[in-house]
Design a protein around this ligand. Structure first.
Ligand code: MG
Ligand code: ZN
Length: 200
């Protein structure tokens, strides 16, 4: 067995959906002018970092699969989001993990049944391997049941926030009997405060 497979996973993380949790869900976000940070996000990120957790964005980005922007442009959007959050008083987000795939992607190289598109847990598992995160000690916060399903399959405690698109129709790949979230909260601040209180 390789050395890396024996690595102790001692980090803890809050995995965060992007659209509808950190920023307003505008359906197809392709330009920095569309970024609107949601209420409670700065305070939520502060609490995450004060308690020694990593903050990791986990996001399906069909804008890539549709060819509306490329991966370099998405990286620039995320750099811009990081800067806006820091300017608003939040700590720097630890990492972004993106699924650019879609089974019906317009861009051929992204047209795959991948293992990382939520509700699949691939992005959380990759982050866990790369950053040494104990998934059973970590949380997944999203605004859709596909986020909850990904978090549950990865072994995290899950929460739904009602700040975003929680009433939107389920995305491709979701079964009708999606598991319910462990918790529901109004926004990220309330979610983080309550979940951390539960850990003490
Ligand atoms: Mg969302
Ligand atoms: Zn993927």
């Amino acid at each position: 067995m390789a050395q890396s497979e024996q690595r102790v996973k001692s980090e803890r993380a809050f995995f965060l959906d992007r659209d509808g949790v950190l920023v307003q869900d505008v359906d197809l976000l392709t330009d920095t002018s569309q970024i609107r940070i949601l209420p409670g996000v700065v305070e939520g990120l502060q609490a995450i970092h004060e308690h020694g957790y990593l903050s990791i964005v986990i996001t399906n980005q069909t804008v890539i699969a549709r060819g509306l922007i490329d991966e370099a442009e998405l990286d620039r959007l995320h750099d811009h989001l990081r800067e806006q959050l820091v300017q608003a008083g939040a700590p720097n987000v630890s990492a972004f993990y993106v699924c650019p795939h879609h089974p019906h992607a317009d861009v051929v190289r992204y047209r795959v049944e991948c293992t990382c598109r939520k509700p699949k847990p691939g992005l959380l598992e990759r982050a866990s391997d790369e950053m040494g995160i104990d998934l059973s000690m970590s949380f997944m916060i999203g605004d859709r049941l596909s986020d909850v399903a990904a978090g549950k399959r990865a072994g995290c405690t899950t929460a739904l926030v009602e700040s975003g698109a929680h009433r939107a129709p389920p995305i491709v790949g979701m079964s009708a009997e999606a598991p319910p979230p462990d918790h529901r909260f109004a926004d990220l601040r309330e979610a983080v405060d309550s979940l951390l209180r539960g850990q003490r």
